[in-house]
Design a protein around this ligand. Structure first.
Ligand SMILES: [Zn+2]
Length: 298
């Protein structure tokens, strides 16, 4: 009797203390969502992906709907805070009024970290929405890396697309990338860089433009489910950091390597290829971005 009397209040105290802090399915996760445009459900035309194109207005709404599906999933999976980074072109495609009102939006392309601007080690999970295959993929809607000028990008000897490059930065911070949406080639490619990631295939690439589009409602349901399950099971890991980051970039022209030679520690190893090393992935990422985006070749 005595023992039991002690036991009951102790048990009650335990329940009262623990339940409000970690209710099932909601653990107060902070989620980062990077949204590109080429891999959005329903998008496959050149007049959709750049501002001024006849169908751009439609495409940015489609982009917001895929983002919203991922946001819903993230909250269902236990997120209490979600930051969305507009990751395409001008990076001013998503309109705040079209987005789920619970999120904050990072907008504009004048960012040192581009598609991953704002990421740090305070986040618990990352979701990629609307991603596409890397440059020179023979099949893959709008396949490219960073911008049209890159033929190949290698980080520590591994050829990566945007998904692989962004995942390397995520690993530096120890934040897991838990879900990706895009066409079948993009999901397959990102899955190679991030084993175990949940993928939502929203369309099948026939070549680099023609696609077989899934019904929009089905595609968004899959994005929501991938984000929900991914966030729910997300576990932060210790940061994964290489001793150094060796970067090799091959371009589609000779102008960028010639200009880049102005940086004393960038080596031009072939007329179209440069190489450099940085001590950290954030430093490597910043320079990669300068080289593909901020050198004017016109
Ligand atoms: Zn892109």
């Amino acid at each position: 009797m005595r023992a039991a009397r002690f036991f009951v209040p102790a048990f009650v105290a335990f329940v009262v203390f623990v339940v409000p802090v970690t209710p099932a399915g909601a653990q107060g996760k902070k989620v980062y969502i990077s949204v590109d445009m080429e891999g959005i459900s329903g998008v496959n035309g050149d007049d959709q992906t750049s501002a001024g194109g006849a169908e751009y207005g439609r495409a940015r709404k489609l982009m917001a709907e895929d983002a919203n599906a991922a946001i819903r999933g993230a909250f269902e999976g236990g997120a209490t805070e979600v930051v969305v980074n507009d990751s395409h072109g001008s990076q001013r495609n998503l309109l705040p009024e079209d987005l789920d009102p619970r999120v904050r939006l990072i907008s504009h392309s004048f960012k040192r970290y581009g598609m991953m601007e704002g990421l740090d080690d305070t986040f618990d999970a990352i979701v990629f929405v609307g991603y596409h295959a890397k440059a020179d993929a023979p099949r893959g809607v709008f396949a490219h890396t960073g911008s049209g000028v890159v033929r190949d990008l290698q980080v520590n000897g591994v050829s990566v697309g945007e998904g692989g490059m962004n995942a390397a930065l995520a690993r530096w911070y120890g934040v897991p990338v838990v879900a990706v949406s895009g066409d079948d080639t993009a999901v397959e490619e990102v899955t190679r860089s991030v084993p175990g990631i949940r993928g939502a295939v929203v369309k099948r690439a026939i070549n680099t433009r023609a696609v077989e589009l899934r019904p929009l409602a089905d595609a968004r349901k899959d994005i929501q489910a991938a984000a929900r399950e991914g966030v729910q099971s997300a576990r932060k890991s210790t940061p994964e950091r290489a001793a150094a980051y060796q970067v090799r970039m091959q371009f589609r022209n000779f102008i960028i390597p010639e200009v880049a030679a102005a940086f004393s520690d960038i080596t031009v190893v072939a007329p179209d290829t440069v190489q450099f090393q940085r001590a950290s992935m954030p430093e490597a990422y910043r320079l990669i971005r300068v080289l593909y985006r901020f050198i004017n070749t016109n």
